[in-house]
Every structure is written in C-alpha cells, then in structure tokens.
Design a protein around this ligand. Sequence first.
Ligand code: ADP
Ligand code: TPP
Ligand code: MG
Ligand code: MG
Ligand code: MG
Length: 322
Amino acid sequence: MDGSPTPGGQTVSAIGEFGLIREVTAGRAQPSTTLLGPGDDAAVVAAPDGRVVVTTDTLVQGVHFRLDWSSPGNVGRKAVAVNLADICAMGAVATSVVVGLACPPETPLSVVTELFDGIAAEAERARVGVVGGDMVSGKEIVISITALGDLGGRPPVTRSGARPGDVLALCGRLGWAAAGLAVLGRGFRSPVGVVNAQRYPEPPYAAGPQAAIAGATSMIDVSDGLLADLGHLARASGVGFDVRTELLTVAPKLVDVGTALGADPLHWVLTGGEDHALAATFPSTVDLPQGWTRIGATLMPESGVTVDGAPYERETGWEHWR
Ligand SMILES: Nc1ncnc2c1ncn2[C@@H]1O[C@H](COP(=O)(O)OP(=O)(O)O)[C@@H](O)[C@H]1O
Ligand SMILES: Cc1ncc(C[n+]2csc(CCOP(=O)(O)OP(=O)(O)O)c2C)c(N)n1
Ligand SMILES: [Mg+2]
Ligand SMILES: [Mg+2]
Ligand SMILES: [Mg+2]
C-alpha cells in the first residue's frame, strides 16, 4: 500500500470531513474512563485521582513512516504506542487519546479506515479510549496524538530523580527497530521480526507503573536511542551513567542482520530509537521488578553517559533536523 488511489476506491474527499469522522468513530467501544466520547466540542474523561498526565507525539509521512514500508494499520498502531509509552514512562496508566489527522484529498478512504483500525486495536489492547480528534487536509499524512493518563495516587516518576549509586535498569528490547530501518532502507522486507519492530513498537506498558510502585527514582522511554535518552535523564537529574555492554542483550537475530548488512548490532542497541523500551533508575536497595534488568550504574555529576567507562564516539541517537 503506497497511499495512491486504488482504481474505483473511494477517496477521503469523496466522503468528506464529517463522513470521514463518522466512518472512523461509529461503533467503537469506550472504556469506563470515557464519560463523554467523540461527537461534542470536547470529550469528558474521568481523572480518578484528580491529576491528569498528558503527552503528545506526531508522526509525519516520510519522516516517521513510509506507506511502502508499513501498512496504514501498522502506522495507526505505532502512533498510539509511541504516545502510551510516554505515559507509562511517567509511571502512569494511559486512559484516553485524541487523534489529529492531516491527509491529502486523494488519500484512499481505505487508508484512513485501516489507519484508524490500527489506532483502535492498539488502544483496545491498552484499554484506552479514543475520545476525539480532528481531520484536516494537508500535503502529506500527519498523525498527531495526545494521550492522557492516570497516576493512581502515586507521584510521577520524572527524569530528574536519579541519584549517584542508583541501579540503571531497562525493560523491553533495544535495537530491533533500528535493525528493521536498516533492512527496509536497503530495500529488503525480511527478516520479519526486525521489520515488524520498525513498523510498530511493543512497549512494555505495564512496566512503567510497576517501576513506580517498586520505587524507581527516574524513568524515560527510549524513543531516540538509549545513550541519547539517558543523556536526558543525566542532565535532568544532574548525574552520569555508565552502561555496561556485558549487561545488554544483543539478540542473535540482530547479530545475523548486522552480519548481513555489514553493520554493528551493538550500535543499534546503544543508539537505535523507536523500540520504546523503558530505562529507569532504582535505589540499590530495591529488588528490580519482574522484566527489568540492570544495565549499568548511576555516577556522580559531570561524568556524562559512558559505555564500559569510555565516552561513545558515534551518534548517540535520532535528532530531528540534524
Ligand atoms: N512545542 C513544545 N512546547 C512545549 N514543550 C515541548 C514542545 N515540544 C516538545 N516539548 C517538550 O520537550 C520535552 C521533550 O520532547 P520530546 O523529546 O518530544 O519527548 P519524548 O521523546 O518523550 O516524546 C517534552 O517534555 C515535551 O513536552
Ligand atoms: C521513513 C523513516 N525514516 C526514518 C525513521 C527513523 N526515525 C524517525 S523518528 C525517529 C526517532 C523517534 O521519533 P521522535 O519524533 O523523536 O519521537 P519522540 O522522541 O518525540 O518520542 C527515528 C529513529 C523512520 N521511522 N521512518
Ligand atoms: Mg519519551
Ligand atoms: Mg515520545
Ligand atoms: Mg525524539
């Protein structure tokens, strides 16, 4: 599917703005946190503990996805998952999303309905309501999602609470989406494991609240690359980190792909984004929750982010406009 009109297929302009809204909202179930769903000037959602966690992330065609690499359903799923990962990185549970979509008039209607099927599927998996949105014309497809979440009475786990001596830990996989990007970029479509990881992440949503309950002192989802995102934690907390490569998992599949493409799989693990694993720090006295593994140590201020005690000499992650 490349986003070009299928012969005889309906386009979004044929059905129109309000037809399109009806098409993607009709018959969708809502969780109990949705007090008033799509169709009014705004939705009303329950905020059980009186505070709301809110985040937004935008996916742009050609920058975050290509429709010759991913299906519209994959893109919808990814658009929700990257947002929910930010909610759970605060130690919260996501409750609702609103979805802004821009697309050209000649976009096949099926592209939009499949995109929203992917959105609905990921939202349902996480028991999150799709409670509203916006549909506008634009030069390319842009999906901007805002997600809301609930802290369940706990303080948020911010980027700024790491302390020297804390254990640095990880939950989720790293390097898979970057390997998939390398594969797709060379014109291949397999191995499907890494290619699918690039098409949509599978963040460990439950691990965020679990880390919070266990006493995590800081947390971030790895969207840009482990070293780049640890840099954000280090700056916000005023600490340094040393990542120990012997504690990282470089999956055999990544080694195979690296060998086939002449690339270093450890570089994907250290600097690849888009898998949305969670990185967090825990006091050394805490037993790490299930699914979390130690990957390094939290050091004194000004020590930067090092790998096996040395600075990393290559790019540490994705940065827009760089
Ligand atoms: N236009 C903006 N206005 C205010 N804050 C912004 C804006 N863009 C980004 N930020 C904030 O900067 C921080 C880093 O953004 P970003 O790297 O996109 O976060 P993440 O990688 O977790 O999605 C976030 O707290 C985000 O809310
Ligand atoms: C077509 C295409 N080219 C390149 C990439 C790689 N890529 C795009 S954005 C990104 C990093 C994460 O995106 P960002 O918008 O920075 O998310 P955030 O950090 O705000 O959560 C990466 C690795 C891709 N996914 N698709
Ligand atoms: Mg984030
Ligand atoms: Mg993000
Ligand atoms: Mg980013």
